[in-house]
Design a protein around this ligand. Structure first.
Ligand SMILES: N[C@@H](CCC(=O)N[C@@H](CS)C(=O)NCC(=O)O)C(=O)O
Length: 234
């Protein structure tokens, strides 16, 4: 039986990172296969009816949608990243959905074509992160000592702000002390750090700069750009 795992990926995709973090936390070896989302290969379109990364190839079978991939990994390999109590488990799945809504607003933020739309997205994000600030109780991770799926989901959202913070101060994460502490702990986690390549910040900045957006206009010009990368991260 073929037990190999291949994660069909895009180098900037936060949903890919969730799956990668989950596999690393579970000690599962996997290969990563990056594709160009601007020129999707036919073999990818055959495997991925929604035409989105990530897709996990488990042997000769394909699973799409990051939440479903993570559920499969949770069902088949330890250590568990969700609590066993069904109600707590459901509540944490809800928070993973909140993280997805945050990613959608982040995409809205960096795609906003004027200051008004940008402020609208920044305000929505602020409110969503305030909800998390009031939900956070334990530390260093969401459940305390053990890293879990809520951590994996939010780590990928926080990573955007490491680059956004170099562009400007947008009032989204400020004065949220518990969240900031959590963000720092997550960034220091090995699986989170290794879910992207070392040139991720430069690639993301390059991706942001190439958009026809309000945010792109705020990025200072740098002559030494990174190579062009097509495709959308969210
Ligand atoms: N709900 C999906 C979202 C995945 C998603 O939006 N992936 C983006 C890249 S981060 C994508 O493939 N977009 C298609 C495109 O850019 O054409 C999941 O959780 O897996």
């Amino acid at each position: 039986m073929d037990n190999s795992l291949t994660l069909v990926s895009h180098e900037l995709c936060p949903y890919v990172q969730r799956a990668a973090i989950t596999m690393m936390e579970k000690g599962l070896p996997f290969e990563r296969l990056d594709i160009d989302l601007a020129h999707k290969p036919d073999w990818f379109l055959r495997l991925a009816p929604l035409a989105k990364t990530p897709v996990l190839l488990a042997g000769d079978r394909a699973i799409f949608e990051s939440a479903v991939i993570c559920e499969y990994l949770e069902d088949t390999a330890g250590p568990p990243l969700y609590p066993t109590d069904p109600l707590e488990r459901a509540q944490q799945r809800s928070l993973v959905e909140l993280a997805s809504a945050i990613l959608a607003n982040i995409a809205g933020l960096y795609s906003a074509t004027n200051g008004e739309l940008f402020t609208e997205k920044a305000t929505a994000l602020r409110s969503q992160f305030e909800t998390m600030e009031s939900t956070l109780e334990a530390q260093p991770y969401f459940n305390g000592e053990a890293f879990g799926m809520v951590d994996a989901a939010f780590a990928t959202a926080f990573r955007y702000f490491d680059v956004f913070d170099t562009i400007g101060e947008f009032g989204i994460l400020q004065q949220l002390p518990k969240l900031q502490r959590w963000r720092a702990w997550l960034a220091a986690r090995d699986s989170v750090a290794r879910a992207v390549t070392a040139d991720y910040p430069a690639l993301l900045l390059d991706f942001l700069r190439r958009r026809d957006s309000h945010l792109a206009g705020l990025i200072p010009y740098q002559s030494a750009g990174t190579p062009s990368k097509d495709g959308a991260p969210a």
